[in-house]
Design a protein. Sequence first.
Length: 138
Amino acid sequence: MTPPDTPEAAHFVPLAAIMSDYVGSLAGYIRATGSHDNVITMEVEMEVAGVKGRKFMVAVAVTRNFDSAEALQDAAAAECPPGHDCVFAWVPADRFGSDDFGIYIEDIGVGEQLQNGLVAEIIEQAGVEQAVSETGDS
């Protein structure tokens, strides 16, 4: 059995799958799969500072069984396609309601506003806030 705090225990799921198969609900995905450790991914190409075609892979880990995000961050970096900058964020759902709760975003040097916007897109589209509050109640 895979230990709960290893990257192999987490589900890597594209945002598009959550949008199409679970009506944009991470909570629905969690109910359907039973996985409380998930990394939602999204690939995007956009113009940044006048440069067209800048590619990013955004990975937002929403976990209940991880003490740190290091292993998931490494796994996300390994999944990042060539030519993409990897933006990684961690939402430790098990800390919801405590002083330790927060969203941790790795700074990759492309600007706080851009990074936060990419992460916010996943959080909003996948209903991460609802999933965290629902799983925090269980």
